[in-house]
Ligand binder design. Structure first.
Ligand SMILES: Nc1ncnc2c1ncn2[C@@H]1O[C@H](COP(=O)(O)OP(=O)(O)OP(=O)(O)O)[C@@H](O)[C@H]1O
Ligand SMILES: [Mg+2]
Length: 244
């Protein structure tokens, strides 16, 4: 399977091997993921694209260690996560992954500093260090002056930057973004996408989930899924050519 800048001997950050996620709905089986094989290396910027119901959230939940597959193996940073129990999965998530969601998922009654500190608290980082890391992250996304504001005192774009700060704060190995621009206007979407590109140019590995080809084409590599299967995996230029 294709991967950018890869040397064969290098270990992938993400290695999905024959992943199946099957839901039993009465008499019918829904194969939300139907044999996914995918390797993603450190420093890549990959978009996973597909239409509604194609299996994007299902694979994102597996990649993000939020769920385990029915069948298959998932190796994340050399660790087999596919057989882990909930508490082990939570530990892996807190150490390894920064999440960015469409609806920001910020806590409404906590200020931005507290919101950004939360995953660091779960990761067991002490109070003083937590505060510094959270302030640094807010500064990186340009909203350090809002540290004491609660989310609804910020614009949509600022809230999404806050959620990016929360994703970044613990220096995760992987940033996993699920429709990160889904709730934003086009100008603010542009800002968020440009910011993800900057993060990638600084060496962060980014996996972005979207139904929107125009957004997928902002990544360096595109993986297209349809009916739970990968039907395209290649560099963005090739993806663009395949669509014209
Ligand atoms: N908990 C569940 N129980 C039963 N079926 C499910 C469950 N979760 C997902 N599915 C089914 O699996 C398939 C893939 O769903 P998934 O949520 O991964 O799609 P998606 O690509 O994220 O779609 P969208 O763009 O609408 O969010 C769909 O047919 C869906 O109905
Ligand atoms: Mg979805």
């Amino acid at each position: 399977m294709y991967a950018l800048n890869m040397e064969e001997e290098k270990e992938p950050l993400i290695n999905l091997i024959d992943i199946y996620k099957v839901y039993q709905m009465g008499n019918t089986e829904v194969r939300a993921n139907d044999g996914i094989n995918l390797k993603i290396y450190n420093g890549e910027f990959v978009a996973i694209v597909g239409k509604s119901g194609s299996g994007k959230s299902t694979i994102m939940n597996i990649i993000g260690a939020l769920d385990v597959p029915t069948e298959g193996q998932y190796i994340l940073k050399g660790q087999d996560v596919s057989t882990m129990k909930d508490d082990e999965l939570a530990a892996v998530r807190n150490k390894t992954i920064g999440f960015i969601f469409q609806q920001y998922n910020l806590l409404a009654r906590q200020n931005m500093l507290e919101n950004v500190e939360l995953p660091l608290l779960y990761a067991g980082i002490n109070k003083k260090e937590r505060k510094q890391m959270a302030l640094d992250a807010l500064e990186r996304v340009g909203i350090q002056d809002k540290w004491n504001n609660i989310p609804n005192q910020l614009s949509g774009g600022q809230q999404q930057r806050g959620s990016i700060a929360r994703a970044l704060a613990g220096n995760p190995s992987l940033i996993l973004a699920d429709e990160p621009t889904g709730a934003l206007d086009s100008r603010t979407s542009r800002e968020v996408l440009d910011f993800l590109k900057v993060l990638n140019s600084e060496g962060n590995t980014i996996v972005l989930i979207t139904h929107d080809n125009a957004i997928a084409e902002e990544a360096k590599r595109v993986v297209k899924i349809h009916d739970g299967k990968i039907i395209f995996d290649g560099p963005v230029e090739e993806y663009k050519r395949s669509r014209t």
